[in-house]
Design a protein around this ligand. Structure first.
Ligand SMILES: Cc1cc2nc3c(=O)[nH]c(=O)nc-3n(C[C@H](O)[C@H](O)[C@H](O)COP(=O)(O)OP(=O)(O)OC[C@H]3O[C@@H](n4cnc5c(N)ncnc54)[C@H](O)[C@@H]3O)c2cc1C
Length: 447
């Protein structure tokens, strides 16, 4: 193909791959049941200069670009849908600066989130966004997805930490928005628009991130409740008693049973098992214990050492793989409802599953109402797409959203109209058109 020939002539040979295994492994993320085609070529640039060359060739041959981080996305956001150049940022993985005076990190997009967190910590600083994939996913992917995680309850999501971005519009024009700036209200907020754009508006090559002081204290607290309403009431009472957990993660009985079986470890019984992360001071543990007991909690345990806390969090981290292990097929959707609607939502969702002969369950973020609602096939009845639609519609009808962390990508695009009017979607398409008039950047995503 002519464009591959042009790329070969312009770039070092180690930058480019047409190996069939690489073309296939770099053509999709972790979304289950989502189709993809092999990439035409995968390129691993190491510098802005190489990215410029790639964009020039993409434009000259009108060949689309699919930006890619670590491929841990869950909605097919970097899946290949036709002939294209996959632009993998894994080699642009330098932490360029930890600016202590301004408490800002400057990084390339391929930096692994956990590596930045570790380096920040060695300077007494904290980068809070903590997707459960942080040992693999990249900051570029986090920015493009506006990733969250358990600590989003207290500390917010990626967007709250991005103070500046540099990169390229798809025609190769460079942009630089914000920088080491804590305040900036000049013009329309293009910087925010670039966060959560799912690789459809620009190619990001440098990221400025706000860091905050590392918490002086950390404890993990686990408690079992008889239902979600009790757990929500306990969290509400904690927050009005000056205890603001950094995270409050819940899982239901099926999740707990699945983890127990999969890992062979002891986990207390209860229909709503909750892990609280505390990072204020020791006195918070006593207040939270009293509040949880008042709201019917049992099997309360507190871990203080890193090792013990890690053992508690292993339960939460293992839920997804444990559910996969116990089912024939599984689908997961990260819906959001107002936090006080978690109990009512899950009761209605489970009833919908029962009608169709499949298991529906939920786990996730108690504090911000972001539920990983899972559909499991454990018997002959298959998982029907119509159930997904019912579960997403239910979330929207209860004042929620069809996604809180994972984005729209390919898997949710047909449900965009559950949340937005035709006029809203027309405005979004006009934005896409303004950034990418030839539709060359990450085609087929969102709309
Ligand atoms: C086990 C597991 C746990 C997870 N837990 C969480 C969680 O707790 N919270 C959460 O929010 N997500 C979670 N995720 C989802 C996923 O890890 C996040 O969406 C993450 O941000 C994706 O990063 P990535 O580097 O893998 O990006 P990819 O999957 O490679 O790409 C994601 C999107 O970003 C775009 N993109 C990547 N780099 C750039 C760039 N430089 N410029 C422009 N666009 C770019 C891609 O085109 C694509 O649309 C989880 C995934 C797994 C597998």
């Amino acid at each position: 193909m002519d464009f591959i020939h042009a790329l070969r002539s312009a770039l070092p040979s180690s930058t480019l791959s047409v190996d069939s295994e690489i073309l296939s492994s770099h053509a999709h993320d972790t979304a289950l049941g989502q189709d993809y085609l092999p990439a035409s070529v995968v390129i691993f640039p190491s510098s802005d200069a190489e990215v410029t060359i790639i964009l020039e060739i993409s434009n000259r041959f009108s060949i689309p670009i699919v930006p890619r981080g670590a491929g841990t996305g869950m909605t097919g956001g970097c899946n290949v849908v036709g002939p294209c150049i996959v632009l993998s940022f894994v080699r642009m993985n330098r932490i360029l600066e930890i600016d202590l005076a301004n408490r800002i990190a400057v990084v390339e997009p391929g930096v692994i989130t956990g590596d930045l967190q570790e380096l920040a910590r060695s300077h007494g600083l904290y980068y809070p966004p903590d997707p459960a994939s942080s040992d693999r996913c990249t900051i570029g992917g986090n920015v493009a997805e506006n990733a969250g995680g358990p600590s989003a309850f207290k500390y917010g999501v990626t967007r709250q930490y991005v103070t500046g971005l540099s990169g390229f519009y798809v025609d190769g024009t460079p942009f630089h928005l914000g920088g080491k700036l804590y305040k900036n209200v000049a013009g329309y907020d293009l910087l925010s628009l670039m966060v959560g754009q799912e690789g459809t508006l620009s190619v990001i090559t440098k990221i400025y991130l706000r860091l905050i002081p590392y918490p002086r204290f950390r404890a993990t607290f686990r408690a079992s409740f008889s239902n979600y309403d009790q757990a929500i009431a306990a969290l509400q009472a904690a927050c009005t008693s000056s205890v603001y957990p950094a995270a409050a993660e819940f899982m239901d009985r099926t999740c707990v049973d699945a983890v127990r079986l999969h890992l062979g470890i002891e986990v207390p019984d209860g229909d709503a098992f909750v892990l609280f992360q505390l990072d204020g001071d020791q006195s918070e543990c006593d207040v939270l214990r009293d509040v949880c007991l008042t709201h019917g909690a049992h099997d309360i345990e507190i871990a203080l050492s890193d090792e013990d806390q890690d053992a508690f969090w292993k339960i939460r981290r293992s839920v997804s793989e444990s559910l996969t292990a116990m089912s024939i097929a599984k689908r997961s959707h990260d819906i959001v409802v107002p936090p006080d609607q978690i109990g009512p939502y899950l009761r209605r969702a489970k009833a919908l599953g029962k009608q169709e002969g499949v298991t529906v369950l939920g786990y996730g973020h108690l504090g911000d109402g972001n539920i990983h609602v899972n559909i499991l096939q454990t018997g002959p009845a298959p998982i029907l797409e119509s159930l997904t639609e019912k579960l997403l519609r239910l979330a929207v009808d209860m004042g929620g959203s069809i996604t809180g962390e994972h984005g729209i990508g390919l898997t949710k695009k047909k449900y965009l109209n559950l949340m937005f009017s035709d006029r809203d979607i027309a405005c979004m398409k006009a934005i896409k058109e303004a950034f990418d008039p030839k539709g060359l950047l990450n085609p087929g995503k969102i709309f």
